[in-house]
Design a binder for this molecule. Structure first.
Ligand SMILES: C[S@@+](CC[C@H](N)C(=O)[O-])C[C@H]1O[C@@H](n2cnc3c(N)ncnc32)[C@H](O)[C@@H]1O
Length: 204
């Protein structure tokens, strides 16, 4: 996610209610996520999922903080048994795209999700530009993923001029994720339009 002036001073982290996110989605504040700059980030995540599926076979994708499901668009055509989008914004979830992939929307803070229903195939969990907003995000993600085996893909901003708080939040998140004991399988930097994201793939 861009953490530039386009976010109009929203560069602070912390839990916000579903209603607050709904309001911002209604106001069109996350339209920028459809821009080419952000697509580059989502396309990189989609390529990681494609690589996993080509190596391990069909998988189920769980998109934590899925928003309007832009990742679902990006993974069209891949061997995905089901896409589960988890988000606390009902407005965002109401905008999930139509897809040939079976889709399930779960409207709740991911920290309160029990991981059900049962997985239809080995899961790939994606947490893209969301962990900043949840308390104890690393632990909550680890609880959902459980003992694995599973793949976990996380994207966080790598730093943004004039927004040191975001870079600090990302560093804290990577430390939390390191404490999970998951194996780091791949790490990539996406640089686009003057913005940089770190994307890490773990094996749980
Ligand atoms: C900036 S958007 C990122 C959307 C998408 N993942 C992407 O990469 O473009 C953050 C999303 O996380 C959702 N969100 C924020 N806190 C959440 C939480 N605790 N549980 C679930 N979703 C959350 C918001 O509603 C929003 O849709």
């Amino acid at each position: 996610m861009l953490l530039s002036g386009r976010r109009n001073g929203e560069g602070r982290m912390g839990w916000q209610s579903g209603e607050a996110w709904d309001e911002r989605y209604r106001a069109g504040k996350y339209r920028f996520l459809r821009d080419a700059v952000e697509r580059a980030r989502l396309d990189r995540i989609a390529r990681l999922i494609a690589d996993i599926a080509s190596r391990d076979g069909a998988c189920e994708v769980v998109d934590i903080g899925c928003g309007e499901g832009l990742l679902l668009e990006a993974i069209g055509g891949l061997p995905i048994t089901r896409y589960i989008g988890v988000d606390l914004s009902a407005v965002a979830l109401s905008r999930l795209p139509r897809s040939d992939i079976e889709t399930l929307a779960i409207c709740k803070p991911f920290g309160q999700w029990d991981g059900r229903p049962e997985a239809s195939a080995p899961r790939v969990y994606v947490a893209s530009e969301v962990l900043y907003y949840a308390p104890d995000a690393g632990k909550a993600l680890q609880r959902i993923v459980g003992g694995g085996p599973a793949h976990v893909i996380v994207s966080c901003v790598a730093g943004e001029a004039g927004k040191p708080n975001w870079a600090a939040a990302s560093r804290a998140l990577w430390r939390e994720l390191a404490a999970t004991g998951w194996t780091k399988e791949r790490a990539a930097k996406v640089r686009q339009g003057g913005h940089v994201w770190d994307i890490v793939q773990y094996r749980a």
